[in-house]
Design a protein around this ligand. Structure first.
Ligand code: NDP
Length: 254
């Protein structure tokens, strides 16, 4: 993967942390990886801090995606660090999930909290980092759209696919499904809007993955899922912008 500058949200554990590890270990690691998380100084970011001590290209940035002013603050810090370079790849990975939210139990507070993190967060992230993404697109001589030029990757889920709901309805997880369906719609709107500026916008489903969210019953190890996601990124082009694909690069209907 030839993206020189990458930023991820929710990178202190689960899929986000594994993305950081595998990007650092890749044959051509990015020049800068901005690993953002809610509490870089806290106990849940210890592994990330240890990685940052070993890898000078890994920069930890404090960022809560449900806090709009934290997003604009983080964008300023990243811009200074990039020192005139653009941002090639924004991975909106942070997400929350309420396992017990059925139609009987879900409430307004859970719906709004989940929407704010899973859909509003990625929207504000793209708005705040748009100038840096545009800069990367303008600096690139490559034709068409690609992750090495400028891209927004929204980590979504098959559970946000309306077409696939009948197959995946257990568990119902209403707040999560609705927020990710909104994220899928956002991805299409971003593709239609940001495509003109040379920015690829794709939603990716990582599979059912053994993380705190996916639980240990899940199908895939985090290593397999992330290996898959990172092998899909380099094949993405304009024909994929505004689509939902899984970790193997297979299309999922909206
Ligand atoms: P985890 O629960 O293991 O990790 C979630 C990450 O998101 C943590 O780093 C957490 O940080 C972070 N996060 C949550 N809320 C915020 C916030 N407001 N601001 C910043 N960071 C936040 O989940 P996974 O790694 O499994 O999931 C990653 C993504 O993949 C999510 O978007 C999820 O919906 C998606 N996904 C996962 C699947 C699975 O089976 N695991 C299946 C399909 C999609 P903190 O430590 O501070 O809480």
């Amino acid at each position: 993967m030839a993206a020189r500058t990458v930023l991820l949200t929710g990178s202190n554990r689960g899929i986000g942390l594994e993305l950081v590890k595998q990007l650092l270990g890749s044959p051509r690691p990015p020049a800068w990886i901005f690993a953002t998380c809610r509490d870089p100084e806290g106990p849940r970011a210890q592994e990330l801090r240890e990685l940052a001590n070993k890898h000078p290209n890994l920069v930890l940035v404090k960022l809560d995606v449900s806090n709009p002013s934290a997003i604009t603050e983080a964008a300023k810090i990243v811009e200074v660090k990039l020192n005139g370079l653009g941002l090639n790849l924004l991975i909106n990975n942070a997400g929350i999930y309420t396992p017990t939210a059925s139609l009987d139990t879900v409430d307004a507070e859970d719906m709004v909290r989940t929407y704010k993190t899973n859909a509003v967060g990625p929207m504000l992230m793209a708005q705040a980092f748009l100038p840096l993404l545009k800069k990367a697109a303008q600096e690139s001589k490559a034709k068409g759209l690609s992750c090495s030029k400028a891209a927004i990757i929204n980590i979504s889920t098959v559970m946000g696919s309306i077409k696939k709901t009948t197959d995946s309805f257990s568990p119902p997880v209403i707040s999560y499904r609705c927020s990710k369906a909104a994220l899928n719609m956002l991805t299409m709107c971003q593709a239609l809007t940001y495509g003109e500026a040379g920015i690829l916008c794709v939603a990716l489903h990582p599979g059912w993955v053994k993380t705190d969210m996916g639980t240990q019953q899940a199908d895939l190890t985090v290593d397999t899922s992330v290996r898959g996601l990172l092998s899909v990124l380099p094949i993405l082009s304009e024909k994929h912008s505004g689509t939902l694909l899984n970790w193997e690069g297979k299309a999922i209907p909206w």
